[in-house]
Design a protein around this ligand. Structure first.
Ligand code: BES
Ligand code: MN
Length: 453
């Protein structure tokens, strides 16, 4: 049966690719209100697609963008049920001018599909859908029961998903969860992720004047909010990248020697970071390795800052206000609210006289660690080994998938985190892409996972 299904998938690769390109053409940017209709369109496209494949599928309302839910269950209730999670929303595509082809006109170039959302995450969850399609069309049945939960707000922090899961625990009941929303180490080296960082964020406003004023007439006599913001921000980190906020590292999990040894087996270091990002040197806490900094250490970053005049030419003013968007990546045991309070207290304390500092938009999602010994996770490891030719590495991921924590607390089942993308797919960047070969291998890995399960 397995070989017939794999053959069916190979024979239908062109059709499967065409469907992904159609899905990617829908600009489902969850962060931008102008795209609300497109987000809904993507949900409808996916639910119709799942229905055509023979699943019971529906678009279910939340307080924000809707969730697509679908299921297939045979008559054999002794078989395990896998819940497959993904997200159909995408990051904003800006800055458009840096794309070599339009972000929502998907094209295949040199073996890669270029489009916003190709890797993160439409290509990855559609691979699971196509695995199910291949089974149902080739054999008329699946070896397991399958549920899909594909949400539309992951890229904005999944603000409504925990309420949805809590309200639909029966519907979502399962034996394990499968999430493909990350990357392989290389085309032949899969990774099973055993932890994700969390996120705590807010915006800061520095207010000094009633309005922008002449920088000659008033310069030398009033505080400049852009400078005040710079002073506040630069007080938060030392020259080597350690966060200096009192108490910031208090709850951070200390890595055991064994875990450091496991992480050291992954051949990824400063040279790779430089090559992938264009940074002239790596920068971070000197007493930790790149893999440890990425997965096991919290961060404090500025995601954006603005003040004053930034148009062409010059405008001689002292701006009235300055703003920044701040986020911290969290590691297990850190509490988002506590971290936000510590950082905001430190910022207030560092504000110079004449600068009023206020905060808004605080939000957070905790980090998670998943156990690897469940038989379902071992099934994912065997499927990955058979598909890619090597047993998986075990890694901590620096990014966040908020639902993982909700699944752990509300469903309490093993979660397999097996990414199908590549590290240089440019997720959240211009020219996001997904290799056609990765899509096809993802379909194969999913087919094998269901067989192993
Ligand atoms: N797919 C990413 C998470 C990820 C990034 C996994 C890199 C593996 C490698 C996901 O779509 C994402 O971007 N999550 C956001 C969540 C945030 C908005 C709460 C993130 O990490 O910034
Ligand atoms: Mn993302």
């Amino acid at each position: 049966m397995l070989n017939r299904v794999l053959d069916y998938a190979r024979a239908h690769r062109d059709e499967y690719l065409k469907d992904l390109l159609e899905y990617l053409a829908i600009p489902s940017v969850s962060a931008q209100p102008d795209h609300a209709r497109d987000v809904k369109m993507a949900a409808l496209w996916l639910s119709e697609h799942l229905r055509d494949a023979g699943l019971r599928a529906e678009v279910m309302a939340t307080a924000g963008h809707p969730v697509v839910y679908a299921e297939w269950s045979g008559h054999d209730h002794h078989r395990p049920t896998v819940l497959i999670y993904g997200h159909y929303d995408v990051q904003p595509a800006e800055p458009f001018e840096l794309w070599h082809s339009e972000p929502f006109r998907p094209v295949v170039r040199d073996g890669y599909i270029y489009a916003r959302g190709a890797d993160d995450n439409k290509g990855q969850h559609l691979a699971h859908v196509k695995a199910v399609v291949s089974y149902l069309r080739a054999e008329g049945t699946l070896p397991v029961n399958v549920k899909f939960l594909i949400e539309g707000e992951e890229e904005i922090g999944s603000p409504n998903l925990s309420a949805f899961i809590a309200a639909h625990r029966e519907l979502l009941a399962c034996d394990c969860v499968m999430i493909s929303d990350g990357a392989l180490f290389s085309p032949t080296q899969p990774v099973l992720t055993y932890g994700l960082r969390g996120l705590a964020g807010f915006e800061v406003q520095v207010h000094c004047l009633d309005r922008d004023v002449h920088s000659g007439h008033y310069g030398g006599n009033v505080q400049n909010p852009a400078f005040a913001l710079a002073q506040v921000l630069s007080s938060l980190k030392d020259a080597q990248g350690r966060v200096t906020v009192p108490g910031f590292y208090d709850d951070v999990r200390v890595l055991s020697a064994e875990e450091r040894a496991v992480l050291a087996r992954v051949p990824y270091g400063e040279a790779d970071v430089m090559r992938e990002t264009g940074a002239s040197q790596a920068f971070g806490e000197p007493e930790f390795t790149v893999n440890e900094r990425k997965g096991a250490r919290p961060t404090l970053e500025v995601n954006g800052m603005w003040s004053g005049y930034t148009g062409p030419g010059s405008k001689t003013i002292i701006p009235a206000t300055a703003h920044a968007k701040i986020t911290c990546r969290l590691v297990p045991n850190q509490d988002a609210e506590k971290v936000i309070n510590l950082v905001q207290d430190a910022m207030r304390a560092a504000a110079p006289a004449g600068a009023e500092v206020t905060f808004s938009d605080a939000r957070g999602t905790p980090a998670s660690l998943v156990s690897l010994d469940a038989p379902e996770i071992q099934a994912a490891a065997r499927a990955a080994a058979a598909t890619y030719g090597n047993p998986p590495f075990y890694e901590l991921e620096g990014g966040s998938i908020p639902v993982v924590h909700d699944f752990q607390t509300l469903l309490g089942k093993p979660i397999a985190l097996l990414g199908f993308g590549l590290p240089d797919d440019n997720i959240h960047s211009p020219n996001e892409r997904f290799a056609v070969a990765c899509y096809e291998k993802g379909i194969e890995a999913s087919i094998r996972f269901m067989a192993e399960l």
